[in-house]
Design a protein around this ligand. Structure first.
Ligand SMILES: *[C@@H]1O[C@H](CO)[C@@H](O)[C@H](O)[C@H]1NC(C)=O
Ligand SMILES: *[C@@H]1O[C@H](CO)[C@@H](O)[C@H](O)[C@H]1NC(C)=O
Ligand SMILES: *[C@@H]1O[C@H](CO)[C@@H](O)[C@H](O)[C@H]1NC(C)=O
Ligand SMILES: *[C@@H]1O[C@H](CO)[C@@H](O)[C@H](O)[C@H]1NC(C)=O
Ligand SMILES: *[C@@H]1O[C@H](CO)[C@@H](O)[C@H](O)[C@H]1NC(C)=O
Ligand SMILES: *[C@@H]1O[C@H](CO)[C@@H](O)[C@H](O)[C@H]1NC(C)=O
Ligand SMILES: *[C@@H]1O[C@H](CO)[C@@H](O)[C@H](O)[C@H]1NC(C)=O
Ligand SMILES: *[C@@H]1O[C@H](CO)[C@@H](O)[C@H](O)[C@H]1NC(C)=O
Ligand SMILES: *[C@@H]1O[C@H](CO)[C@@H](O)[C@H](O)[C@H]1NC(C)=O
Ligand SMILES: *[C@@H]1O[C@H](CO)[C@@H](O)[C@H](O)[C@H]1NC(C)=O
Length: 653
C-alpha cells in the first residue's frame, strides 16, 4: 500500500539532487554583466566600445571562461540630470547581472553603491571621487586611480614650481567638491594652500562663467586648478581666452578631464587647442605594451562597428577594457571554486512594496560575496599594466603623466608615481623593480612652455586689486629719526625699520599689500605702549619700529627677533690673575708694602722711646733692644695686615 506513494518521492528527490550537481559542475552558457553609462558622452562612448572590445577578446579566448559567453546589458543613464540618471540606474538593477561596469559619474555611483551593497553585485567603476571608498561600500571596486592620487600629483607640481597659493575652480557636484577637498589636503601636506575656491553648477550660463573668471582674476594667485567635466571646462577656457586670462603670467592646471577629451576626440577644432597653449594636464599613466598597441590598432574598426567612429581610445577605455577582463578572470576562479549563479528575491524589498516603483523586482546575487572576493584577488597584466588591488581596494601603483598642451597636441613633460611620490622623467614602471627612492634630488620635469609662449616659469602671483590691505602702524618719531619717521617732503614713512620690513617682504613667495599709518604727530615721540595696544584692539594689523620688547607688551602682541640687543651691562677691564706662591702679596701694591714697612719701624721706635725707661723688656744690649722694637712693631701690624687681606678677598668675591 505504501510503496506506490514512496516511489514518486524518491524519484523526484533523485532528479532534484541530480539537477543541483549538474548546475554545480557545468557552467552556464551565458553570463550577463551590466553597464551604466551616458552613451552620448565622450567617456560613455569610449567605454561602450571598450566593453565590446573586451567581450570579443574574452569570448574568443579559450583560456578564460571556456564554454561560457560573457554578455553585456547596456543602460544609458544621464549624468547631467541626477534624478533621471538615478531612476534609470535603479531600473537597471532589476536585471540579473553579476557585475556592473560603471556608473560613469560619481553622483550616480554614490546612489548605486548602496543598491550594489544590498544586492551583492560588484560595481567596477572608474568614478575617481575619492570619497567612494570600499570601506563604506564594499561592493564598489575602483578600477582607475582615485582622485586622491591625482591631487597628490597636482600638489607635487605646485610645490615643484615653488608656488604657494592656488585658486581652485571646480564643478559643484560630488566629483568636483570631493576632488577639491582632496587637493586641499594634498596642498596642505606641501605647505601650500588654496587661497580662493569657486564652484559653478554644470548648467552655468556663460555670463556666470565670465563673472566667475573675473573674480578669479582679482585674486593674487595666478595658478588656477580646473577640476570639472570636459563640456564646462572647454567653455571656461574659451571665456578665459576672451578675458585674456590664457596669456603671460597665468598658470592653468586642468585635471585628467582635459587629457581624456584631447585623447578621445579625433576632431578637436584647431581654435580650441590653440586657445589652450601652455596648459598643464594629467593623465593616469598606463605603460606602453604590446597589448596596448594591439588594442589601439583594433580600435578604429571597433569604434566604427559600434557607431562611435569619431572616438579614439582614451585612458577610460583602457581601464574599462581591463575591468571587463578582471570580471572574466574572477568569474573563472569563481566557477572553479564551485561558484553558482542564482538570484533570490530580497525579503526586505518585498515587505516594502507598494506604489509603482516595483523595487521588489530587484534580486540579490546569492554568491555575490564570493565573486567579490575573487575580483579583489585578481592578478594579471592588462592593457593598463598590472591589475591587482591592494588591501584598501585601490589598484596598485597609481601614477600620472604630466602633460603640457603645445602646438596642436600634447607633450609629456614627466611622470608622477605614488611609488616614489616624486615627479620624474623616468617612466614609473622602470622604478618598480627597485625599492622606492624618495630622494628629492631625483625630482625633475622637462621644460614647460607656459601660457604666453614663454619658457620662464611664471611667478604664480600678482598684487591683487581687491585684497584687504594690512594696516601697519609706524611711530612718527621726533628724535632718532634714523629708526623711523615720516618724510617731511614726500609724506611717506622712512628709516631703518621700514627698510628691514620691505626687504623681508620681498623674500616672501606671495604678495602682501599693506599701507603705513603714521602714529604720533612727529613733534614728540609717540607713546609706544599705546601703539602696541592698538594692535590688540585691531586698529592696526601690525606695527613696525624701534619698539622695545617688554614683559607686558609680549602678553598682547608677538614680536620679531630684535634687531638691536640691549640690556644692563657692566664694563670692567680684564685683569690677569697671577697664581704663584707670592700671591699673598697681591692685596697691596709695592708702595703700600714699603709704607707698611716704614710704619712698622716708626711704631716700634715710638714704643721704644716711650717705654725703654720704665719697661724692663727694653733693656739689654743694643742688639736686644732692636729686636724688641721689631717685635712690637710686628705685633701691632699683623692685626692690620690680616684684616686687610680679609677685606680684600671678600670684595673680590
Ligand atoms: C545626451 O543625451 C541627453 C538626453 O538623453 C541630452 O540631454 C544631452 O544633451 C546629450 N549630450 C550630448 C553631449 O549630446
Ligand atoms: C574548452 O572546452 C572545449 C570543449 O568543452 C575543450 O575541447 C577545450 O579543450 C577547452 N579548452 C581549454 C583551453 O580548456
Ligand atoms: C569633439 O570636440 C568638438 C568640440 O568640442 C565637439 O563639437 C565634438 O562633438 C566632439 N566630438 C566628440 C565625439 O565628442
Ligand atoms: C549603428 O547605427 C546604425 C544606423 O543608425 C544602426 O543600424 C546600427 O544598429 C548601429 N549599430 C550599433 C552597434 O549600435
Ligand atoms: C521574485 O519576485 C518576482 C516579482 O515579485 C516574482 O515574479 C518571482 O517569482 C520571485 N522569485 C522568487 C524566486 O521568489
Ligand atoms: C601575481 O602574479 C605573479 C605572476 O604572474 C606572481 O609573481 C605574484 O606573486 C602574484 N601576486 C600575488 C599577490 O598573488
Ligand atoms: C601610495 O603611497 C603611500 C606612501 O608610500 C602608500 O602608503 C600607499 O599604500 C600607496 N598607495 C598605493 C595604492 O599603492
Ligand atoms: C636615491 O637617489 C639619489 C639621487 O640620484 C642617490 O644619490 C641615492 O644614492 C639614491 N638612494 C638609493 C637608496 O638608491
Ligand atoms: C620737518 O617738519 C618740522 C615741523 O613741521 C620742521 O621743524 C622741520 O624743520 C622739517 N624738516 C625738514 C628736513 O624739512
Ligand atoms: C606696561 O608696564 C608699564 C609699567 O609698569 C605701564 O606703564 C604700561 O602701561 C604697561 N603697558 C601695557 C601695554 O600694559
Amino acid at each position: 500500500m505504501e510503496i506506490p506513494f514512496l516511489m514518486p518521492l524518491v524519484l523526484s528527490l533523485l532528479l532534484f539532487s541530480n539537477g543541483i550537481c549538474q548546475s554545480l559542475a557545468a557552467r552556464p552558457p551565458v553570463v550577463n554583466i551590466g553597464s551604466i553609462l551616458q552613451l552620448n558622452s565622450t567617456t560613455g562612448g569610449v567605454s561602450e566600445v571598450a566593453i565590446h572590445a573586451a567581450l570579443e577578446d574574452i569570448n574568443s579566448d579559450p583560456t578564460v571562461l571556456n564554454g561560457t559567453t560573457l554578455n553585456v546589458l547596456m543602460k544609458d543613464a544621464s549624468c547631467l540630470d541626477g534624478f533621471l540618471g538615478m531612476v534609470q540606474a535603479l531600473q537597471f538593477m532589476e536585471t540579473d547581472a553579476i557585475a556592473i561596469i560603471g556608473p560613469q559619474c560619481s553622483t550616480i555611483a554614490h546612489i548605486i553603491s548602496f543598491v550594489a551593497n544590498e544586492l551583492r553585485v560588484p560595481m567596477m567603476s572608474f568614478a575617481s571621487d575619492a570619497t567612494l571608498s570600499s570601506i563604506q561600500f564594499p561592493f564598489f571596486v575602483r578600477t582607475a586611480p582615485s582622485d586622491l592620487y591625482q591631487m597628490a600629483a597636482v600638489a607635487e607640481v605646485v610645490d615643484y614650481n615653488h608656488w604657494k597659493i592656488v585658486t581652485a575652480v571646480y564643478i559643484d557636484d560630488d566629483y568636483g567638491r570631493n576632488g577639491i577637498a582632496a587637493l586641499d589636503d594634498a596642498l596642505t601636506a606641501k605647505r601650500c594652500k588654496i587661497s580662493y575656491k569657486v564652484g559653478f553648477p554644470a548648467n552655468a550660463k556663460n555670463s556666470d562663467l565670465i563673472n566667475l573668471l573675473v573674480s578669479v582674476s582679482y585674486m593674487e594667485s595666478r595658478v588656477i586648478i580646473l577640476h570639472t567635466g570636459a563640456a564646462t571646462g572647454l567653455r571656461l577656457f574659451s571665456m578665459a581666452n576672451r578675458l585674456n586670462m590664457m596669456g603671460n603670467g597665468y598658470v592653468w592646471i586642468a585635471t585628467d578631464w582635459l587629457s581624456a577629451y584631447l585623447d578621445s576626440n579625433s576632431s578637436v577644432p584647431a581654435d580650441i587647442i590653440y586657445g589652450m597653449q601652455g596648459v598643464l594636464t594629467l593623465r593616469p599613466h598606463t605603460p606602453n605594451s604590446k597589448m596596448k598597441s594591439n588594442l589601439i590598432s583594433k580600435w578604429s574598426s571597433l569604434s566604427k562597428k559600434y557607431n562611435h567612429s569619431d572616438l579614439r581610445l582614451s585612458y577610460y577605455g583602457v581601464y574599462v577594457y581591463d575591468s571587463v577582463w578582471a570580471v572574466a578572470h574572477a568569474l573563472d576562479a569563481f566557477f572553479n571554486d564551485g561558484g553558482r549563479i542564482s538570484f533570490s528575491n530580497d525579503s526586505r524589498l518585498r515587505d516594502a512594496t507598494g506604489g509603482t516603483l516595483h523595487l521588489e523586482a530587484m534580486s540579490i546575487f546569492d554568491m555575490g560575496n564570493k565573486l567579490l572576493e575573487k575580483i579583489r584577488k585578481v592578478n594579471f597584466t592588462g592593457v593598463s599594466g598590472k591589475v591587482q588591488f591592494d588591501a584598501s581596494g585601490d589598484l596598485i601603483h597609481p601614477a600620472y603623466d604630466i602633460i603640457n598642451v603645445l602646438g596642436n597636441g600634447m607633450r609629456t613633460i614627466g611622470f608622477w608615481s605614488n611609488y616614489s611620490g616624486l615627479l620624474s622623467t623616468v617612466p614609473p614602471e622602470d622604478l618598480y623593480s627597485k625599492p622606492p627612492n624618495t630622494s628629492l634630488a631625483n625630482q625633475r620635469l622637462y621644460d614647460v612652455i607656459w601660457p604666453g609662449e614663454t619658457s620662464q616659469r611664471p611667478r604664480g602671483w600678482v598684487f591683487p586689486s581687491n585684497a584687504k590691505e594690512l594696516k601697519i602702524g609706524v611711530p612718527n618719531r621726533f628724535s632718532f629719526k634714523e629708526f623711523v619717521t615720516k618724510d617731511n617732503v614726500t609724506g611717506s614713512m622712512k628709516g631703518y625699520c621700514i627698510d628691514v620690513f620691505t626687504q623681508a617682504l620681498a623674500l616672501l613667495p606671495y604678495p602682501v599689500t599693506y599701507k603705513f599709518v603714521p602714529f604720533g604727530r612727529g613733534t614728540e615721540n609717540p607713546h609706544y605702549d599705546k601703539l602696541v595696544q592698538m594692535i590688540e584692539s585691531n586698529e592696526f594689523d601690525g606695527a613696525i619700529g624701534d619698539i622695545a620688547i617688554t614683559m607686558n607688551r609680549t602678553v598682547i602682541a608677538d614680536f620679531t627677533q630684535p634687531f638691536i640687543e640691549t640690556g644692563l651691562v657692566i664694563l670692567s677691564p680684564v685683569k690677569k690673575h697671577i697664581t704663584t706662591s707670592w700671591a699673598f702679596l697681591q692685596p697691596f701694591t709695592l708702595e703700600m708694602w714699603c709704607i707698611t714697612g716704614v710704619f712698622f719701624l716708626v711704631v716700634g721706635v715710638v714704643v721704644w722711646v716711650l717705654e725703654h725707661r720704665i719697661n724692663d723688656e727694653f733693656r739689654g744690649s743694643p742688639r736686644q733692644q732692636m729686636i724688641t722694637i721689631f717685635w712690637y712693631g710686628a705685633d701691632l701690624h699683623l692685626l692690620t695686615f690680616i684684616s686687610c687681606i680679609y677685606v680684600n678677598s671678600v670684595s673680590h668675591c
